[in-house]
Design a protein around this ligand. Structure first.
Ligand code: F6R
Length: 256
């Protein structure tokens, strides 16, 4: 894992945006895996401002609530179109977001996996992290080999996400999420984490044992993971000084 600690969420986001921009310039038909939530909001704004060419890009989102109408302000369809897709020249047919209203959810999930495969796999997966260590909506004790499927949100995640819905009761109980096995097949995983509320999940994921109790910890087994943090999110890392030293001493050709 490469741990990149920056003074602010804005600075950490800028590093992440440069990594994505480089990929889109080098591989105009790249396949991106995308996340929603508060963490990547600024990332999408920065990417829009970079005026990149999205005409050949294909995207797959990590997850979606089950049962929310697509047009609902908190659906991840709405989130993605509002915050990214309507501002760039991506082709509508190249956008994939799980259908939380699919009549046959297992069949939909199998087709989603097949579509990722048919697109050639995900080149770069953007991840946020839950305060309980979830990635996508793979809550603690999720199978570390799981594929796209239905999950029940943990009470803590429903509490965390109540801020978007006005109340905890309004947060759906169920979601479709890419599995941990799916995420692990992405060629590069780019995880962003900001704020002190993420500090313990980040420390466990990066420096703790690999355990389904912190699903993000499986990323220790992935060959190419970059973790962009602000100082508060990095505050519980025991080796923070080492990560800073490594980043400051990268060979020029490896910098972003
Ligand atoms: C969203 C997703 C989740 C979020 C996580 C953090 O697509 O997959 O794992 O990344 O819940 O959410 P925020 O960024 O709102 O703190």
């Amino acid at each position: 894992m490469e741990i990149i600690i920056q003074p602010t969420p804005a600075a950490a986001t800028d590093v992440a945006a440069r990594i994505i921009a480089r990929l889109l310039r080098e591989k105009p038909d790249a396949v991106l895996g995308l996340a929603t939530g508060s963490t990547p909001l600024r990332l999408y704004q920065v990417l829009v401002d970079m005026n990149l060419d999205w005409s050949g890009v294909t995207t797959f989102n990590l997850d979606e609530y089950i049962g929310l109408p697509r047009e609902h302000s908190q659906s991840y369809h709405s989130f993605m179109w509002e915050n990214l897709f309507r501002h760039v020249n991506i082709k509508r047919e190249n956008v994939h977001i799980p259908d939380g209203n699919a009549a046959d959810i297992p069949a939909f999930c199998a087709a989603y996996e097949a579509a990722i495969h048919a697109a050639g796999g995900i080149d770069l997966q953007v991840l946020g992290i839950g305060t309980d260590g979830h990635i996508g909506f793979n809550e603690p004790t999720s199978s570390l080999a799981s594929r796209t499927r239905i999950k029940t949100l943990a009470p803590r995640t429903r509490k965390d996400n109540a801020r978007f819905f006005g109340s905890e009761e309004a947060v759906p109980h169920h979601v479709i999420t890419m599995g941990i096995g799916t995420i692990m097949e992405a060629r590069l995983n780019l995880l962003l984490g900001f704020g002190s509320s993420k500090a313990s999940a980040i420390a466990e994921a990066v420096e703790g044992p690999i355990t389904s109790l912190n699903p993000a910890s499986i990323l220790q087994m992935h060959p190419v993971v970059k973790v962009c943090l602000d100082e508060p999110a990095a505050s519980l890392l025991q080796r923070a000084d080492y990560y800073r030293w490594v980043y400051a001493n990268k060979p020029a050709w490896q910098t972003f």
